[in-house]
Design a protein around this ligand. Structure first.
Ligand code: 5GP
Ligand code: ZN
Length: 139
């Protein structure tokens, strides 16, 4: 396995290298999937790239392209009916481990799994147009 893109002091890099034990679900050359140690519901798993980066946008496209098919495979194998696929970037956005990871979180009932706050705003059409302009300028 290529370990050139891993770091020494990251807990998920250590899991990929096998230096910290994990309950491996599946892996590819570029990605690794294992059970979350403190699940929000039974079967809560994490899919991570074998490439150390804190943020989603820092990942090379080939690693990114490998992650979602693996997440899909695990979701199908888990027999999940309803679930959330979640990816946090930055401490304010609830990222605790600074190595990109997608959570696959089964939602077996209202009480179990992910609980989401959804504080919707009501921007005007003008505000939406300004936002669109700002984003498209940098695309
Ligand atoms: P975050 O809040 O960064 O999106 O989520 C990090 C996740 O990693 C948490 O759900 C936490 O339970 C999980 N986690 C942290 N350390 C370990 C570990 O050593 N082993 C496993 N299997 N999961 C971990
Ligand atoms: Zn790492």
């Amino acid at each position: 396995m290529a370990t050139t893109h891993l770091t020494d002091d990251c807990i998920f890099c250590k899991i990929i290298r096998g230096e910290i034990p994990s309950h491996k679900v599946a892996e590819t050359d570029k990605s690794y999937c294992f059970l979350d140690i403190n699940p929000l519901s039974e079967g809560h798993a994490l899919v991570i790239p074998k490439y150390h980066a804190q943020f989603f946008h820092e990942l090379p496209d080939d690693h990114l392209a490998d992650l979602l098919p693996l997440a899909k495979k695990v979701a199908v194998a888990s027999g999940l009916d309803q679930y959330n696929l979640l990816q946090n970037n930055g401490a304010m956005a609830h990222q605790v481990v600074p190595h990109v990871h997608f959570h696959i979180i089964p939602k077996p009932s209202q009480e179990q799994g992910l609980k989401i706050g959804w504080p919707q705003q009501q921007p005007s059409q003008d505000d939406l147009k300004k936002t669109l302009g700002r984003i498209k300028e940098k695309l």
